[in-house]
Design a protein around this ligand. Structure first.
Ligand code: FGO
Length: 418
């Protein structure tokens, strides 16, 4: 592509991103009620899709109220900001939140059950709705829910005459070994974190909650982590320790990753190869492996005024419509939380144009949630995540890493440490 054309395209992209923000600003300047929505979309397709749908919503409710999205960094930055806002008494009306964060905010009785606000959850995927149900009440609206899928390099598979991506864990490991050997480079790329680990753990039959106890050093956990450790040792796995996988293309031979479907547009943009998407390798060829459900729900804080809550409820009812979910899913790779989105033209056209997205819809039937307990965020990053990184980088054995993690989990959950 000619340089000037590229510059022009980039500028027009920036200009349109700028435009949605500016439009919202102008909409809210005139609105009698402004409800803030704190989110963790730093940029890219998810942020653009969110802002575009907010523009449309605000247009429909001109003279009534407006939603004002405010980025607060990434997911963890967002929860840190929410906790600070609690202390300062400056909570927004709406926020994105993981289920475990909702559980934490509920300890302060700070979240409103959405049905009491008039949000109609009929028809939504019950798997997502049940995850935000606490003591019988639904405290959030599933919005941007992702599932892990298998990303693969079709050109590389073609080069070695492999017709289709592997369907089982054993076939996956065999193919990854073969291609890595032939290329002289590891082809399975992964971030050594709780998300990647989760795919292997759940697919091997692991469960975090056992008889009401959180277990991170079960035999399945040890086997899952051993596979990651072995992959690096045997030269078919490459641990990406800085940035997203899609930000590392070009530094080696990418063959496969087991990553969030929400990364799809980022991958597409960065890939200089024919990018394929498939369901995850499972224990048997007729059943995909389990992907971890990530992405967030939208919640409404109790502290908001009645007028702002009314705006929030209207917004929540809007974002879960089949039309909006179809557009949002097509634009990002998130799973539509309303299954009726699948018949909508926006998504049907997109699926015709890009059959890769079928893998996301299929994988959504084989999905697992991480524990929905208040301490989970700390555990997944600072305890289990640390243990996974340590073992993968060879700083601890799998046993040492996970047994130590279990000790810390026990101490944290019994209040011996904070
Ligand atoms: C991310 C994080 C949590 C929790 C899981 C929790 C907190 C994980 C994982 C840690 O919406 P998802 O599926 O995907 C994100 C989306 C929007 O940013 O796009 C993905 N992305 C962004 C930029 C890029 O270059 N490539 C790309 O793939 C991005 O990951 O959420 C998945 C990644 C992580 O943030 O490192 O969810 N996660 N459970 N975070 N705080 N708490 O309990």
């Amino acid at each position: 592509m000619k340089r000037w054309l590229l510059v022009l395209l980039l500028l027009s992209g920036l200009a349109s991103a700028q435009k949605a923000e500016d439009v919202i600003k102008a909409q809210c300047a005139k609105a009698p009620v402004v409800a803030e929505l704190w989110h963790a979309f730093r940029g890219g397709a998810p942020r653009a899709a969110l802002e575009n749908l907010v523009v449309e919503f605000n247009k429909r409710h001109q003279g009534e109220f407006c939603i004002r999205p405010i980025n607060q960094g990434g997911y963890r930055d967002l929860s840190t900001k929410i906790k600070a806002a609690f202390a300062a008494g400056k909570l927004p009306t709406l926020s994105q939140a993981y289920e475990n964060q909702i559980a934490l905010y509920l300890e302060a009785n700070a979240v409103t059950p959405v049905q009491a606000l008039g949000v109609n959850l009929t028809g939504l995927n019950p798997i997502f709705v049940n995850a935000v149900r606490f003591k019988g009440l639904v405290y959030g609206v599933p919005f941007n829910k992702s599932v892990q899928v298998l990303y693969y390099n079709r050109d590389l598979l073609r080069k070695y005459g492999i017709a289709a991506p592997p369907k089982t864990v054993d076939a996956f490991i065999a193919v990854a070994k073969k291609l890595s050997m032939a290329e002289g480079n590891p082809v399975y790329w992964f971030r050594p974190d709780t998300s990647t680990f989760g795919y292997w753990f759940f697919t091997l039959g692991g469960e975090y909650m056992q008889n009401g106890k959180l277990v991170v050093n079960s035999p399945e956990a040890k086997k899952a982590l051993s596979i990651l450790v072995q992959s690096v040792r045997e030269g078919w796995g490459k641990a990406i320790t800085s940035g997203y996988i899609n930000q590392n293309f070009g530094r080696g031979t990418f063959g496969f990753s087991t990553d969030t479907s929400a990364g799809y547009k980022y991958y597409l943009k960065a890939a200089k190869f024919d990018l394929g998407l498939a369901t995850l390798p499972g224990q048997s060829p007729d059943r995909p492996g389990y992907g971890v459900v990530q992405g967030t729900d939208l919640i409404v804080f109790k502290a908001a005024s009645e007028a702002k809550k009314k705006a929030a409820a209207a917004f929540l009812n809007f974002v879960i419509t089949p039309e909006v979910q179809a557009i949002f899913s097509a634009a990002t790779g998130y799973v539509p939380v309303n299954p009726k989105a699948i018949g909508q033209p926006a998504l049907e056209d997109r699926l015709m144009e890009d059959p890769n997205l079928n893998a996301v819809l299929k994988q959504a039937n084989y999905a697992k949630f991480e524990p929905q307990i208040p301490q989970w965020e700390q555990i997944r990053f600072d305890i289990l995540g640390q243990a996974i990184t340590q073992a993968v980088l060879g700083k601890a054995t799998v046993d040492e890493a996970l047994d130590h993690a279990q000790e810390l989990v026990d101490k944290l959950l019994s209040g011996q440490i904070r």
